[in-house]
Design a protein around this ligand. Structure first.
Ligand code: CA
Length: 753
């Protein structure tokens, strides 16, 4: 038995990409900070913004107005590289806080703001939208779509939102519960709202930013872990009417196919009822419009369930999972696709930000698409040849981080070559990358002058094993109330503990990577894997906020850290830069979580995130040269675990509680009951909350806060056992903290059977 070894939660479970509820247990000692800030809102008449009209022409010519951040990735190419130079290697030491805005949340903030003509538009938790004066932070208007709290249970990765689109005098955004909105950009008043969800009995959510072009607004969704069928819809920006819809995976063939692409895709799925699981393939992050060819590229997500032998027994590539799909911008008609991970078996989404560029490759100027998806290979695709031939033309696919699932990508076949040594179909295995990916949605930045891409990369293995129950019975039953991964979750802790020797060491890296040669020019190691998006600038700098709470500027030539600012909060959101009245600004949203809610209290060598020390205080920070504003230091979190009242229960009951906790609760409240910071840590529940435990979990008395009831999927016995398990874990961690135990045992605490 190896139970005395420290247990490295963060990396194993950091991996799992997770759900979120909200406010579980209002009575705990760690109240969430949602809504504690009283907004000072100026009257719209007084300070109505006056932004010029944004249309296709203006976004296409975004380079002519470098002071604005006019679209999600700054331009349609989405390179996220600012041409501004006033903040540069020489002047950056003078960079200071100009202003900040408390967002009144301790959940993750992920948005890329849009800044245009002095106004900043961005989103916060619960899909709330803000318009503020970019120079001062003064709120001009805010809009709350009033997402029902219960919907949080359907969200895999927190109540987050990645931003808005601004176009033709309107602000477009989508809410967690799947509605798309058009707001008046000047007043924040709603113009129209549409429900984008085809089947409300399934757990669809939206966290991504819409994109706009040619009078249409494009939006996808998420939910693959719960069992949904992915699609993207284009709506008329004026009326909200649907223009086209493209499904990314086929539905029930007996109902007929929506289009020839689905008929083609269906041939790559096997088995008798794969469509019942939903299939997955959600487009939850990247949608890029290409004015050169009038197409929209869709970054398509993972399979549902994850394990291919359950999802599509008998094999098949399972199109269009883990693919980049090009569709006609006007009609949504399929043009071509590139599948990064055929037969996805690991949650390897290809939803990560895509960038378009003109690059000289093999002696020729080429129009390329660049993507660093979860699977660890950096893809360079020839857009022009792909468009002309209707078949993807892959130019490069070098690994940008440690990869064990495949040995390489064969440029002849354009397919990855899988590594049989980490095949987990029989025996579980650690695989790199894990489900958080070698790169996730945290944006990269493309520096065409240097021929480099700055990537927030990570190495964070996960122990993949096929679900034990399925292995025993051969039956996989979709449970609409939880994740349906086909992965063994009940015994995850035990599996990890028994295989610690083979676990690769985790870490985060900011990398300057050459996508053509596969060389890493420089790499900055960061002692936690889950870090923020990246911004490169013509001032010679690369900005990134990290898990340790440092917002830093690195020399883009060497990776040397030239400037840092302690925000005391872990960051995920990408920085942006803009200019107003001749002054350059850099801004970032703070607050971590998202897919890594399993990252609670990691043990060495992983460092504790700032948010676990200082409470994940969500803020918008804006910096300028000579900025003098002081940022208040948040209180250090009280980590005391109260004494537990343990009941006289059996090991079996606790084991059952652990299994259900891992299936239903861990995705939000943290693996082994250690919260990653955003949600209440159940080890610290007060007596009052303990007394209400069953009412909260079964009846959903905190539903409007985000903690929906689970009576549809859990029995009273189940909930009692979960409660026993939570108390047992809390007791053990308390004993360790008091020095009565050397290290947690993660084994049973009940009466011996
Ligand atoms: Ca996923």
């Amino acid at each position: 038995r190896k139970m005395n070894k420290p247990f490295p939660f963060a990396f194993t479970l950091g991996a799992i990409v997770i759900v979120v509820l909200y406010y579980l247990f209002g009575g705990t000692e760690e109240p969430t900070q949602e809504n504690i800030v009283k907004e000072e809102i100026s009257s719209p008449i007084e300070s109505s913004p006056s932004i010029g009209l944004i249309d296709d022409e203006r976004i296409i010519n975004a380079e002519s107005e470098p002071g604005n951040w006019i679209a999600h990735g700054r331009t349609y190419e989405e390179q996220r590289f600012s041409p501004l130079t006033k903040i540069n290697k020489e002047s950056v030491s003078d960079l200071g806080l100009a202003w900040y805005k408390d967002m009144g949340t301790n959940r993750a903030l992920e948005a890329t703001p849009i800044v245009v003509d002095g106004i900043m538009f961005f989103t916060s938790t619960w899909s709330r939208v803000y318009a503020v004066e970019a120079k001062t932070g003064k709120t001009i208007w805010k809009f709350d779509p009033e997402v029902p709290g219960e919907w949080a249970r359907k969200a895999c990765c927190d109540i987050v939102n990645r931003g808005v689109a601004v176009y033709e005098g309107k602000v477009f955004f989508a809410s967690l519960d799947g509605r798309l909105f058009s707001l008046n950009a000047e007043t924040g008043e709603k113009i129209w709202e549409v429900d984008t969800i085809t089947d409300r009995s399934r757990a669809y959510t939206i966290t991504g930013a819409p994109r706009v072009a040619k009078g249409k607004v494009f939006i996808g969704n998420g939910g693959a872990e719960y069992g949904v069928r992915g699609y993207v819809t284009a709506y008329d920006t004026e009326t909200g009417e649907q223009v086209w819809r493209f499904f990314t995976v086929p539905g029930d063939p007996s109902l007929g196919f929506e289009d020839p692409a689905m008929e083609m895709a269906a041939k790559t799925w096997k088995g008798t009822n794969w469509w019942e699981f939903g299939g997955g393939g959600t487009v939850w992050n990247s949608i890029v419009y290409d004015p050169d060819f009038n197409v929209v590229y869709l970054g398509v997500g993972n399979g549902s369930p994850w394990t291919r032998e359950i999802r599509s027994p008998g094999g098949g590539d399972n199109l269009f999972l883990a693919s980049i799909v090009a569709v006609d911008a006007d009609t949504g008609k399929y043009k071509w696709h590139y599948q990064t991970t055929p037969e996805d078996n690991w949650d390897y989404t290809a939803v990560q930000d895509m960038a378009l560029a003109d690059m000289e490759i093999d002696g020729e100027k080429k129009k390329v698409l660049l993507q660093a998806p979860k699977n660890g290979f950096f893809y360079v695709i020839d857009r022009k040849v792909s468009h002309q031939t209707g078949k993807a033309k892959l130019l490069r696919a070098h690994p940008f981080a440690a990869v064990t699932w495949a040995t390489h990508v064969d440029l002849e076949t354009q397919r990855p070559v899988e590594n049989p040594e980490v095949d987990y179909s029989e025996n579980g295995s650690f695989v790199l990358p894990g489900p958080l990916g070698a790169h996730n949605w945290q944006a990269m930045s493309v520096d065409l002058d240097a021929g480099l891409v700055y990537i927030p990369a990570q190495e964070n293995a996960f122990f993949y094993a096929v679900e034990e129950n399925y292995k025993k019975t051969g039956i996989f039953k979709r449970n609409p109330g939880r994740w349906n991964m086909g992965i063994e979750m009940s015994s995850l802790a035990q599996n990890v503990l028994s295989n610690l020797e083979s676990m690769p060491e985790p870490g985060g890296f900011l990398k300057a990577f050459d996508p053509l040669t596969g060389e890493t020019k420089w790499s900055v190691p960061i002692p936690h894997y889950w870090n923020g998006g990246v911004l490169g600038t013509a001032g010679g700098l690369v900005f990134q906020g990290d898990a340790l709470g440092m917002f830093s500027a690195y020399d883009k030539e060497t990776g040397e850290r030239l400037w840092e600012f302690n925000t005391y909060t872990s960051m995920l959101a990408p920085p942006i830069s803009f200019e107003i009245d001749g002054e350059q600004y850099v801004s970032i949203l703070t607050g971590s979580g998202g897919g890594d809610l399993f990252g609670g209290e990691p043990l060495p060598p992983i460092e504790i995130q700032a948010s676990l020390t200082y409470n994940n205080f969500g803020r918008l920070l804006v910096f300028k040269l000579g900025g003098q504003k002081e940022l208040p230091i948040p209180d250090v979190r009280d980590k005391t675990i109260p004494e537990q009242v343990l009941a006289d229960v059996s090991n079996d009951q606790i084991r059952n509680g652990e299994s259900n906790y891992n299936q239903y609760c861990a995705v939000c409240h943290g693996f082994v009951v250690k919260s990653a910071g955003g949600l209440p840590d159940l080890r610290k529940m007060t007596k009052g909350t303990h007394d209400l435990f069953n009412k909260i979990v079964l009846e959903g008395i905190l539903g409007s806060n985000g903690m929906a009831g689970f009576a549809d999927v859990l029995s009273e016995d189940d909930v009692n056992n979960i409660h026993h398990y939570v108390k047992a874990r809390a007791h053990e961690d308390r004993e360790v903290s008091l020095g009565n135990m050397e290290a947690p045992q993660f084994t049973w605490y009940g009466v011996e059977d």
